[in-house]
Design a protein around this ligand. Structure first.
Ligand code: SAM
Ligand code: SF4
Length: 325
């Protein structure tokens, strides 16, 4: 078991498989984002060996993220390999939905049923303004198709002042007839754009208050390591949740680490990179040596995101696409 000094077990890894993206969401990355040369990305074999090692150490859940995962050539065969690793019982994917639709039957066949779809607006023109790309229709088709295939869909909506707060209850309305979760995420400072982030005016309380003005929210019992506070609504097939990503209320039960597409490991989203597994693997570290380095890094992780932020030596302006959201 991988544990930290605060008695938290780590059994979940969020792995970015590419830093590249076909959208430019304003809260995530600038238009002129610089991507790393492909040879710097973890190879399929490196990812497979790393996950095998982590599974032996107790990791049971893997989330594939990016950048946009479906931009990685050969993603499906890689996912199929990962699904064969003993000990990994859950694989989930976070995607923007632009290229996802043709892969839905293959994902299902590989036993990957949990898809987080990022969608911040239900309006085509606003989608273009937020993402700087004209891909709304395709993303909506992906959503429809995911639901038709019976996938477990969570829509991630980043709430931004003066951008999409007026659509909160339109998103909630989607859960009436559709068995899906809508999760409203507090905006975080990871926009890769170097301008200062002065905090948020729409925290999870304000989002919940807005929903409560139109709907009756019934608190659900959240899964043990859930980052979302979840609610059902009478008469709705789906449910809603809020993710206090900036307020950081969930650190006490955090069970995850993040590995970037270039192998940098973060034991806290708000913290420094603590080691680079790619460099260690390319330097011929033994599996035992790699595991020992990971164990030490996890052991010393900060108690919460506020402590991590204070210890953070760079500015907090990394892009989520680089960190692996
Ligand atoms: N490209 C994929 C997508 O958009 O779903 C996966 C990578 S993206 C970085 C993962 C998640 O991070 C998305 O749901 C996105 O909305 C979220 N995200 C990105 N930047 C964020 C920020 N500054 N604050 C809060 N969430 C953010
Ligand atoms: Fe791309 Fe996802 Fe970042 Fe949007 S949130 S720019 S889709 S990586």
């Amino acid at each position: 078991m991988l544990t930290d000094a605060h008695h938290r077990i780590v059994d979940y890894v969020r792995l970015s498989v590419t830093d590249r993206c076909n959208l430019r969401c304003t809260y995530c990355m600038p238009e002129l984002m610089r991507f790393v040369p492909r040879k710097e990305l973890l190879t399929d074999d490196e990812i497979f060996s790393l996950l095998q090692l982590l599974a032996e150490a107790g990791i049971s859940k893997v989330r594939i993220t990016g950048g946009e995962p479906f931009l990685r050539p050969g993603l499906m065969p890689l996912l199929e390999r990962i699904s064969g690793i003993q000990g990994i019982t859950e694989i989930a994917v976070t995607t923007n939905g632009v290229l996802t639709q043709p892969y839905i039957p293959l994902l299902k066949a590989a036993g990957i049923n949990n898809i987080n779809l990022s969608l911040d607006t239900l309006q085509a023109e606003r989608f273009r303004r937020i993402t700087h790309r004209d891909k709304f229709t395709g993303v909506m088709q992906t959503l429809e198709n995911l639901l038709q295939h019976g996938m477990q869909v969570k829509i991630n909506v980043v709430i931004m002042e003066d951008v999409n707060t007026d659509e909160i209850n339109n998103f909630v309305a989607l859960t009436r007839e559709n068995n899906l979760s809508v999760r409203f995420i507090e905006e975080m400072p990871f926009n890769g754009q170097g301008h200062t982030f002065s905090g948020i005016s729409w925290n999870y309380h304000r989002i919940l208050d807005t929903i409560s003005n139109s709907y009756t929210l019934i608190k659900e019992t959240d899964a043990p390591h859930s980052t979302s506070l979840n609610y059902s609504i009478p008469g709705h097939q789906g449910n809603v949740g809020v993710i206090p990503a900036y307020s950081r209320t969930f650190c006490g039960t955090c069970n995850r680490i993040r590995i970037s597409a270039t192998g940098s490991v973060k034991t806290c989203l708000y913290g420094n990179d603590v080691l680079n597994v790619r460099d260690m693997m390319r330097g011929n570290v033994t599996p035992a040596g790699l595991l020992s380095a990971l164990q030490s890094a996890i052991h010393t992780r900060p108690a919460d995101g506020f402590t991590a932020e204070k210890q953070h030596t760079d500015s907090l302006m990394e892009s989520m696409s680089v960190i692996g959201g």
